[in-house]
Each structure stands twice: as structure tokens, then as C-alpha cells.
Design a binder for this molecule. Structure first.
Ligand code: ADP
Ligand code: MG
Length: 569
């Protein structure tokens, strides 16, 4: 046996398979590891914990199982580490950090859940079909035929309504060959294998409304789609993801918090429980699962965390729910891949990332999707990942590999965040392949104004205001206006902070008319003053609830302001 950082090479006699879980036994401790490469009679294993003290000759125990998570009621509202150890249990038992060699059960074994059967003896079901339900937080949590069951299975036994723990037997199913299998409310599933117990994968077409105007209107995301948020440090990636998890039109949010610094993950942990869910007025945590890891955790646990997160996301999708997985930041995950690859002495690709970086990233985002289940209900997993490229350089491999596979790109700009133009999404760099909630023709007008306004602004740096034609100057003012009242959004204002789809459609139609209006101004100062007033009034409008009398009154004011300057309104 050899030891190189977290990489341990072992010699074995029996058979070993790729990604199998093993334990290195050291001083009575069982250190969890995963087989990452098999070469002849040698296996390279990635140890998920500190390898300090491990020496040649220490025994290794192979489990024959792949790295798996526990799936069942009790996941919601929990904070886990990358190996699904619940942090609150660890904290209660051991203080903040899990001692080496300890594993904690992911789902509480002592909690009883009121099970209601939905299937009967003799029913023929398939993997992922519903046997019964329990109430978990706000949801009807489906207890399903284990995902590993192949072909049709018949229900041989099922318990009646009553209280059960996750490990109690609630049913017995027999597969096509007649082989019987006990079913509990909890099942385990290997994290690197997608859960595919659905009838059909659908194209993501339904909008996932985030209530952020710049996203829903300009750079939309679809349910079951993918998007990425690259941005330099401090540009607002984490804040943007928190806003999304709060307001997005989804049932369950899974957060994979991969810390750049431990402090950032702690921030997420501190903030989430106090955030309220606007839909229920209760804690957002009730429909959230957080998988966190910090750079102080071993590299392999960091690598595993995104898979743990996406597997839990797929599990809730299998219940017909809309799930949003937010990974922040995927760069830390990619760094973990780089470290592992380096230890294996693989031929490095660009910036020492493994040559297969692109395919690993693609395979992760591939697990997003909108599906039709066997019972006809629809579920979705939407994946949004932040990328934190060093120095904000989007040309680096992680950003580039991600851009090839995602459906939308929300690029954060340092310039915009420095100017406190939040959310700092760059309207000229970003894009989306999904359909907007507003009509394409209105969008075209607005995009053109933004692009041309920017050109004029660049030009004015050279020729100054005097050298700029009136028509160009007005374009610049219109772009600044649209930016101030629509792209920017005040996350702290109770009304402006979350803009419904209906409201965005209404407001954007009005703004599109302003963008398209031909205006007459005697001079530039008058034009500037006019747009200043318009900006103020529109900001008032943004703060007025759509149902209020004020909303209509301010809109009328906007109309009369425009009529004063429009050439032929
Ligand atoms: P990143 O994750 O990109 O490093 P953060 O999301 O932590 O950056 O944001 C850094 C800081 O910028 C926040 O602490 C906050 O002060 C400010 N900020 C970011 N986004 C917004 C926003 N939408 N509204 C107001 N302030 C914001
Ligand atoms: Mg951050």
C-alpha cells in the first residue's frame, strides 16, 4: 500500500470495482474512501478524511457498494456535509467537526412518520412508482418502489396506515423473476448514477419564474433547464442564488455550498434559516436541503458533494415536484477534480485541470431535466451553478466547459457590482436559449436600445457630449433609464424585490413603448432632466403594489410625461 495525500494505493486479492466504497482501518477507526482507479491488482483510493498516520500495511476493507446517499423522509430542512453527515447531529455529538472515522446516519432512525399506503397487494408497479405517502414539512413525500428494481414488480405485502420509522419494513415487492424484496421508507442510491425511473424526458419549455426582471425577461431559465453564473469575487453570485432560492417558482431547493472560504459557507448556514419563504411565511429551510463543504474538508468529500446534492434533487423530482439545485461555487468542485487528477498523475489539460473536465461538467448538468413520471405527473430538476474564475476571467476552462452545456449564461460584471447596479448581470454579455415571458418583439426593441446606448456611451468617452448627435444621446439616456428601472432591482424593497411574471409583462410592455417612442428635445440638458424625472417616477411605480391605486396613478403619470415629449404619441 502507498499513501500520497488523500490518495491511497492498495493491493487486493478479490475483485474490486471502480467507485466502490472502502474503509481504511487505522487504530480502530474506519476511514471512508472510494476506489477511483483500478490497475491490475492495485486500486487507487481517494480517502474522504485526513490520511494522517496511515501507513503501508494498514488493512483495507472493501464494501462492494458504490458511494451512496440515503433517500427518504427527513431530508428537508437538514444541513449535510458532502458525505451526507447531518451537521446538527455532528454538532450535538462532537462539536462542529466530525471526528475522523465517524459516520452519522443521514436520516434519523428514531423518528416516526405517519405512513398512508397508496398501493395494494397485487398492484403491479415499476421502480419509482408510489407505494404510499408521508407528510414531510409542506409536502406529500412519496414512498416509492426502490429505484434499483428492474422491470415490473408486484406488491406482495403492504402495511396499513400507521406510524413507522424510515427503516421499518412497509412493504414487500416481488420482481418479474419472483424474487422478493423488503421495502422500507428509506432507500440508498449511488450518487454518481442518475435516477432514471421516469416514462419520458421532456424538453424544458415551462419558465421557471425567479421574480428577478433581468432574468425572467432578458435571460430566462426553464424548469428542468440549466444555467451558470460566472462572476468575480464579490460580484454577487451568492446573493443572487439566495434571492433565487427564495423567490423562484419551485417546490424544493437543494443548495450545494462549496466554500471558497469556510466563512462563506457559514454565511449560507447562518442566513438560510432566518430567510422566510414568501409563499408560506415560514422558514425557507423547510423546503431546503443544504449540502455544504469548505476548503478545510478533504478534497474527495468536496468532489462528492455536488453528486450528493443532485441525487437528492432527482429524488424529489421523482415525487412530481419542481426542484432547483444551486451549486455555489462549481469552481471549488472543479479544483477538487484537479487535485485528484494531479495525485493520479494523469496527463493534465488546460490550467492543469484534467482533460476530462468538460465531460464531467457536462455529465453533471445533464442530470437536470424535466420528466414525465409513470403516473403522468411532471417533475423537474433545474441546475444553476456559479463559477468563480480567478480574476473574473471567463476564458478559463471551468467557465468555458460550463458554457458549452448550459442553457443560459448570467455573467456578473465587476463594473456593474462596483457601481452597485444590482443584480450585476451584464446585459450585453449574458444570454439564454429559453423563451422569455415577454413578447420577442418588445425584447428586440429593448436589446437594441441597450446595445446602441452602450456604443454611444463608449463613443462619448472620445467625442464628449457636445460631439454626440441628439438622437444618439437620447438612445444613451434610454439605455440608462431601462437599466435603472428594469435591469436593476432593489432586493430589499418588499415590492420591487420580487416581480411577478404578470407584473413584468405589464411593466415591460409600457417600457417597450417608451423605448420605441420618437422624442423631441430642444437640447441635451432638457433631455437629461426628462429622463431623470422619468426614472424617479418609474422607481416609484416599481415600489407600488400592482393591486394598489397608486400603481395605476403612477402609470398614468408616466403616460402623460411621455406625451409631453413624444413626437406623435
Ligand atoms: P460573490 O458570491 O460573487 O463573491 P456575494 O454574493 O457574496 O458575492 O456579494 C458580495 C456583496 O455584494 C454582498 O455582501 C452584498 O453587500 C453585495 N450585493 C451582492 N448582490 C447584491 C444585491 N442584489 N443587492 C444588494 N447588494 C448586493
Ligand atoms: Mg459567493
Amino acid at each position: 500500500m502507498g499513501v500520497n495525500g488523500n490518495l491511497v494505493t492498495v493491493e487486493f486479492d478479490e475483485s474490486v470495482c471502480q467507485n466502490e466504497v472502502a474503509y481504511v482501518i487505522k487504530d480502530g477507526l474506519r476511514l471512508i474512501a472510494e476506489v477511483i482507479r483500478v490497475r491490475g491488482r492495485f486500486a487507487d483510493m481517494q480517502v474522504f478524511e485526513s490520511t494522517a498516520g496511515i501507513t503501508v500495511g494498514d488493512p483495507v476493507e472493501l464494501t462492494g457498494e458504490l458511494l451512496s446517499v440515503e433517500l427518504g423522509p427527513g431530508l428537508l430542512a437538514t444541513v449535510y456535509d458532502g458525505l451526507q453527515n447531518p451537521l446538527d447531529v455532528i454538532a450535538a455529538r462532537h462539536g462542529f467537526f466530525l471526528p475522523r472515522g465517524e459516520q452519522v446516519e443521514a436520516l434519523p432512525r428514531d423518528r416516526a412518520w405517519a405512513f398512508t399506503p397508496r398501493a395494494a397487494v397485487g398492484d403491479r408497479l415499476r421502480a419509482g412508482d408510489t407505494l404510499g405517502v408521508v407528510t414531510e414539512e409542506l409536502f406529500e413525500h412519496r414512498i416509492m418502489v426502490p429505484f434499483g428494481v428492474v422491470g415490473a414488480a408486484s406488491v406482495v405485502e403492504i402495511v396499513g396506515p400507521g406510524e413507522h420509522t424510515v427503516s421499518d419494513r412497509i412493504a414487500v415487492v416481488a420482481d418479474a423473476a419472483g424474487k422478493r424484496r423488503d421495502v422500507a421508507m428509506m432507500q440508498t442510491w449511488p450518487v454518481k448514477r442518475p435516477i432514471r425511473c421516469y416514462a419520458e424526458r421532456l424538453r424544458p419549455t415551462e419558465q421557471l419564474v425567479t421574480k428577478m426582471r433581468v432574468l425572467d425577461t432578458f435571460f430566462p431559465v426553464a424548469k428542468g433547464g440549466t444555467y451558470c453564473i460566472p462572476g468575480p469575487f464579490g460580484a454577487g453570485k451568492t446573493v443572487l442564488q439566495q434571492l433565487t432560492s427564495r423567490h423562484a417558482d419551485v417546490d424544493v431547493v437543494i443548495v450545494a455550498a462549496c466554500g471558497e472560504r469556510a466563512g462563506e459557507v457559514v454565511e449560507t448556514l447562518r442566513e438560510f434559516p432566518v430567510l422566510t419563504d414568501p409563499r408560506t411565511g415560514r422558514s425557507l429551510m423547510e423546503r431546503t436541503v443544504i449540502i455544504c463543504n469548505t476548503s478545510s474538508m478533504p478534497v474527495a468529500a468536496r468532489e462528492a458533494s455536488v453528486y450528493t446534492a443532485v441525487t437528492i434533487a432527482e429524488y424529489y423530482r421523482q415525487m412530481g415536484l419542481q426542484v432547483l439545485l444551486l451549486a455555489d461555487s462549481t469552481s471549488r468542485w472543479a479544483q477538487a477534480l484537479r487535485e485528484v487528477s494531479g495525485r493520479l498523475e494523469e496527463i493534465p489539460g488546460e490550467e492543469a485541470f484534467p482533460a476530462y473536465l468538460e465531460s464531467v461538467i457536462a455529465a453533471f448538468y445533464e442530470r437536470a431535466g424535466c420528466v414525465r413520471l409513470n403516473d403522468g405527473s411532471m417533475g423537474s430538476v433545474t441546475i444553476g451553478g456559479t463559477v468563480s474564475p480567478a480574476g473574473g476571467d471567463f476564458e478559463e476552462p471551468v467557465t468555458q466547459s460550463t458554457l458549452k452545456v448550459v442553457g443560459a449564461f448570467h455573467g456578473l460584471s465587476r463594473q456593474r457590482s462596483d457601481a452597485r447596479r444590482y443584480p450585476a448581470i451584464d446585459p450585453l454579455e449574458s444570454w439564454s436559449k429559453y423563451a422569455s415571458i415577454v413578447p420577442e418583439r418588445e425584447l428586440r426593441v429593448a436589446r437594441e436600445v441597450l446595445a446602441k446606448g452602450h456604443e454611444v456611451q463608449e463613443m462619448m468617452k472620445v467625442v464628449e457630449e457636445e460631439g454626440t448627435a441628439m438622437a444618439d444621446f437620447v438612445l444613451y439616456l434610454k439605455a440608462e433609464y431601462l437599466d435603472a428601472v428594469y435591469l436593476q432591482q432593489d432586493a430589499f424593497d418588499p415590492v420591487d424585490g420580487a416581480s411577478s411574471a404578470a407584473r413584468q409583462r405589464h411593466v415591460f410592455a409600457r417600457l417597450a413603448r417608451i423605448m420605441a417612442a420618437e422624442t423631441d428635445f430642444p437640447d441635451k440638458d432638457t433631455a437629461r432632466a426628462f429622463f431623470q424625472t422619468l426614472t424617479q417616477v418609474t422607481k416609484d411605480w416599481n415600489r407600488a403594489a400592482m393591486e394598489s391605486a397608486e400603481f395605476g396613478a403612477v402609470e398614468a403619470r408616466l403616460e402623460s410625461l411621455l406625451a409631453e415629449v413624444a413626437r406623435d404619441a
